[in-house]
Design a protein around this ligand. Sequence first.
Ligand code: SAH
Length: 258
Amino acid sequence: MAWASTGSSNAELIDNMLRNGILGEVVGEVVDGSQSEAEAASDRVARAMKKVDRANYVRDKRDAYQDSPQSIGHGATISAPHMHAYAASHLLPYLPPGGRVLDVGSGSGYLSAVFYHLINDPHGEIQSLSSPHTKSKPLVTGIEHIAQLTDWSVSNLKRDGLGEALETGQIDMVTGDGRLGYPPNAPYNAIHVGAAAPELPQELVDQLAPGGRMFIPIGTHLQNIYHINKDETGKVTQTEVMGVRYVPLTDRKLQEEH
Ligand code: SAH
């Protein structure tokens, strides 16, 4: 089902995911509410994804609206659109207006752009959440350990209309080891990890705000997505969600030698 959503345009790709139930299905799992709330939530994800043209984040535009991962060089891939949809849906209740998110292994910058639009959606509030937002900190931080990919993601975001958000510091794309998170902009209401960690990095848990959620693939050969939730008292719980295949969250040298 997931692979059947390929479209001939960005809007068609996202409409196909909606029609195939991908957005509704995952949102239904994580939004604890009525059918109409789940529908409103999947519409919110679709609205944000429609603002991000995947053609601006791939190396070969002919592949832009294929529902599959594509190589972006340096041993990295842009994830398949349905995986981006899952990630955005699973984190949706943790992305209130003005909330803050960390995108680890930001690669092409695609998902950082989706997160930015979700946080800026004026119709977006699903549940009230205490947000640690202060004006001086960025809404979206992307961290990527290959400098050429960080630079490329910045040009992709600019091409996609987010130059002003970069200039005003609402989006901050940095080069560094994402296993250590990015303390200057912490804490984060939501943390997305776009590469598979051999084990849960404690630094990322520490940088998650109370009431927040991390979406992280963990494992080497066999990998699973986990939700790491931190409650208001700081108690951390882990839930295994689904089996996946991601590139590893690793050392830069190891990845480039690969
Ligand atoms: N969400 C991105 C996924 C890119 S693939 C997209 O869809 O474009 C995973 C990314 O994680 C790669 O770009 C890889 O370079 C990066 N990565 C792997 N290990 C990392 C680390 N330790 N720190 C930061 N980035 C890392």
